[in-house]
Design a protein. Sequence first.
Length: 367
Amino acid sequence: MTNLDEKYMQLALDLAASAKGNTNPNPLVGAVIVKDGVIVGTGLHRKAGEPHAEVHAFRMASEHAHGATLYVTLEPCSHYGKTPPCANLVKDSGVRRVVVAMQDPNPAVAGRGIQLLRDAGIEVEVGILEQQARRLNERFIHNMLTQRPFVISKFAMTLDGKIATHTGHSKWVTGEAAREDVHQIRHEVDGILVGVGTVIADNPTLTTRLKEGNGKHPTRIIMDSSLRTPDLANVLNTEQAQTILVCSKDVSQDKIDQFTEKGVTVLPVGKNEHGLQIDEMLEQLYQLGITDILLEGGSKVNASFLQQGAIDKYVVYIAPKVLGGNLSLTPFAGYNPSFMNEAWNVEVTTFDKVGEDLRIIAYPKLG
Ligand code: AOF
Ligand code: ZN
């Protein structure tokens, strides 16, 4: 491995990342072809169903690929999916060396692409900037390993950990830049989830509103065990975005029909001591094509995800203000631990500033 390898792989990762939000359920993939120190081909996967990154890069490189090195952020595929296997294309292109950031977690590939290239006598190196590649495709890896959506818990709180006053007033905790940042995440995910309490209290639209360009609206998922969502709730307006109401299995068919008539999907799931069964709900949502979910509260829903081990990532905004008050709301409510060792440990991977606010990205610590 050389610094140059890292440089070209970084370029491939940046190309891949530029399609964030557009490739679901597929991964983000970038490819760069280098011949004698010159970049002769670049490509990225833009959208599910469209050509893979390698295809674009080889089209650009054409005969210059002969004897060149291919940098690709994910192992070239070996299967017939919506498109034919890239490993064959790579093999036939005449490249001498292939540098791969990470093996494909898709069981249909899982090392077979790399093996196919090695068997063809091509030098293959795996693991360059692997950690970055894994972060970039954290959602895809999670999907492949668990067959469940990747859940991002987002909340905005004051320096003293409050998300709203005791009346529930929360407009606004953070500044404009942080709120714009959240809309960028909404654009990137398939689903946005809140509890019916939030729908009743705030009547949110839960759509994406980006300053520049048109964002995509995620599917709105409302956890509403007894279907209490008010008739005139903004989330029931399905002209802009789709809506799924998740209720308990004991809700009557009549009531369910009232909502399905409005164009909303109703998903009945079982219950446990924490409320609706998150595991079952996530499995079913994945079957409906939801690969990632932005969890936007309220604090009871947040707590039930936490307690059922269903949070995969945290994005937390901390505003430079102190609210105070022992009745002010906090991000996770609904249970009261007695000892510090009952806390959920996380690993903070990033902290930076977005406008005036602090942004922290963390992941649950396993074990
Ligand atoms: C992509 N883009 O650039 C690469 C992928 O259904 P298909 O044919 O598009 O195949 C999707 C699978 O191909 C995907 O799950 C991953 O395992 C592999 N590689 N996919 O969408 C790409 N290189
Ligand atoms: Zn492919």
